[in-house]
Design a protein around this ligand. Sequence first.
Ligand code: SF4
Ligand code: MG
Length: 313
Amino acid sequence: VHFPIAHSILEKIQGKPRRYVQALNGVRLELMRGETLGVVGESGCGKSTLARAMVGLLQTSEGKIYFNGKDIATLHGKARRSFNRQVQMIFQDPYSSLNPRMTVGQMLTEALSVHNMCPKKDIPARIRQLMELVRLPADAIDKLPHEFSGGQRQRIGISRALAVEPEVLIADELVSALDVSVQAQVVNLLLDLQQKLNLTVLFVAHDLRLVRHISHRVAVMYLGEVVEVGDTETLFQTPLHPYTQALLRAAPSMDPTDRGKSVSLTGELPSPLSPPPGCRFHTRCPNVTDRCRIERPILASKPGGQRVACHLV
Ligand code: SF4
Ligand code: MG
């Protein structure tokens, strides 16, 4: 699976039809088969836009998204339906993404039928199998979404995505609407499923601990750009970009001896409507130089294997 994305996406701002925000700028990222790629950054950094573009829900104004070597904008008919099946999105809000009037069984029957996943007579057995896979009781099949807890509803969303046997799951803030106690269960379920089914996962989240727990690699985004990407442990242990460093310092540490040392990011996040010139992080960077205000740093490979966009690294 290969998604080099080098483009900008223009997103309409609601109520202001002629103003656009460039939600992604020159992002180039690969999602590799069988990996979980975590995407982190403050809200408004373009994480969700990236996720939606990757499932084909947004059209890019420039640049391309490739799936198995094919530009997804050129897929039509059967090829497009196949892409729509193979790349599934699981939404943040389990409350609004499930049809309130359909039982779990009806929902899954629909998903299985639309893509002709199995002969009609095998559907009930397949649904029971899906319930086991996401660890929901068998009697869940006859219930409506409102009869479940938030965590269970998120499991239903996962089972619906898995029903069509996708290669790729795109999870945007999968657990952020859930209680902290339930978050770990759902994330661990996703981790197990990723390994068992060899899924390729894009895990978009603002919770760095969850991202570290589940991801093989992590991409850090700032104002529509990827500023650092690398192997999870390398990135968490030796972050190179000043923004990644600040983000990790701002996050509550799991090590109790580190508590109290945390520093938060200074300065306001600039408006994505008028991002700063040069390095977009220069208005908040402790290491800023004159060059940073003019010249945009490109994402370049570093000896540790990370790719970093900073003039000084
Ligand atoms: Fe900071 Fe300059 Fe590096 Fe940007 S390019 S992160 S402003 S040092
Ligand atoms: Mg978002």
